[in-house]
Every structure is written in structure tokens, then in C-alpha cells.
Design a binder for this molecule. Structure first.
Ligand SMILES: N[C@@H](CCC(=O)N[C@@H](CS)C(=O)NCC(=O)O)C(=O)O
Length: 207
């Protein structure tokens, strides 16, 4: 089955899709669209909601990052072992999306004036994840297998460590979780690749 991801040459919203596919060892093609291409071509007009990413799975064309993520999770078995786990994965994922939305808003601010307030509030935002992963509850957010939500949290934590390297110091469970997941062979290889390292988080911004 041929898989194709079309997106800008940044991590952005599509990074979590790349991470899922890489970790699962799924072959996929990437079509990279520069801003110039986006502005000059008819691609925007052809996109259902006028935005990227586009994900093609054979003859299925999907827009909307979270719809793409859920499609891949169902297809690749990353949505828990039963309905109960799927519900818990959705719950964790919604909380991750809340933090992601705050983070994206900060990234698109014109100056750094919001960063201090953001970092002050961050421990409160991270605490529920630390609590979920603490004790002997296992290696993943839900159940005993990696899920949709874990990929979203891993990439969000990596981006937060770029924003503020010490931000996880008070969160031992999150730290060991991140270390463990980043050591998965396919993720380790991907996170050390030039492909990942050279891709800015958003246009013109690495921090
Ligand atoms: N809800 C959509 C939002 C997509 C979105 O905001 N895409 C941005 C890039 S991250 C885009 O295509 N920007 C160019 C434009 O709107 O012209 C999703 O999650 O896929």
C-alpha cells in the first residue's frame, strides 16, 4: 500500500505523522512543498480545507492532522487493545493537544515576551502526564503498548526540551519515559538523522 505525506519542509503539525510511520517501519514517500511552491501553485486551491498536510493511503486522501493520526493508529494497531484503552488514549491525546495548541500559539508569537509566562505554567501542564507515568504503571501512557498518544507526547516533550532544556528536571517519570521511547531503534535512528535534525520546528524557528 503506497503512503504519501505532503507537507512543508518543517516539523510542524506533520512531525508526529512522520514519527509514527518511522517508528512502525512503514515505508512512505514525502512530497515537500516550499512556501514559494505553495504560493505559486494551485495546490492550496486543490486542498479540501486549503491547508497541509495531505496524507494519501492508496486511493484514500486525508486532510486534518488528527484524522490522519487516528487513521494510522487504527491501521497500525496503535489505538489500544480494546474500547476501554481507546477511550483512555483519546483522553490523554486531548490533553496533549491542549498543551500542543498552547505551544503552537507561543511559537507563532512575534517576540519572546510570552515565553516566561508559558514556562511558569508548564509544570502545572506537565504534572498530569508525570502522574500518569509514575509508579509501576508501565512504559506507556495507556496499556502495555505504544499508542497514538505516546507519539504525540514524545514529540511535544522533545520540542519543549528545545524551548527550555531543564523543563523536565522536576519530572523523573517523564524523563525516563522520554529516554525509553527515544531509545526504540527506529526512533533513535530517526531522531539522530540529518533529516530530523535539520528540519526546523516551524519556518525560521528552531527554539
Ligand atoms: N487543522 C489542520 C490545520 C492545518 C494547518 O494549519 N496547516 C498549515 C500548516 S501547519 C497550512 O497549511 N498553512 C498554509 C495556509 O493556510 O495557507 C490540521 O491539523 O491539519
Amino acid at each position: 500500500m503506497s503512503l504519501t505525506l505532503t507537507y512543508f519542509p518543517v516539523r510542524g503539525r506533520a512531525e508526529v505523522i512522520r514519527v509514527m510511520l518511522k517508528d512502525q517501519g512503514a515505508e512512505f514517500d514525502e512530497k515537500v512543498i516550499t512556501m514559494e511552491m505553495w504560493k505559486e501553485s494551485t495546490l492550496k486551491a486543490s486542498c479540501l480545507f486549503g491547508q497541509l498536510p495531505i496524507f494519501e493511503d492508496g486511493d484514500l486522501t486525508l486532510y486534518q492532522t488528527n484524522a490522519i493520526r487516528r487513521h494510522l493508529a487504527r491501521k497500525l494497531g496503535l489505538y489500544g487493545k480494546d474500547q476501554r484503552e481507546a477511550a483512555l488514549i483519546d483522553m490523554m491525546d486531548e490533553a496533549i493537544q491542549d498543551l500542543l495548541n498552547k505551544y503552537v500559539k507561543l511559537m507563532f508569537e512575534k517576540d519572546d515576551s510570552g515565553k516566561e509566562g508559558y514556562l511558569k505554567a508548564l509544570p502545572t501542564d506537565l504534572k498530569p502526564f508525570e502522574k500518569t507515568l509514575s509508579g509501576d504503571k508501565g512504559s506507556f501512557l495507556v496499556g502495555d503498548k505504544i499508542s497514538l498518544a505516546d507519539y504525540a507526547l514524545v514529540i511535544l516533550l522533545i520540542h519543549h526540551q528545545v524551548l527550555s532544556p531543564p523543563c523536565l528536571h522536576a519530572f523523573p517519570s517523564l524523563q525516563s519515559y522520554l529516554k525509553r521511547l527515544c531509545a526504540r531503534p527506529n526512533l533513535h535512528a530517526y531522531f539522530h538523522s540529518d533529516d530530523f535534525k535539520n528540519r526546523p520546528i516551524i519556518p525560521g524557528k528552531r527554539t
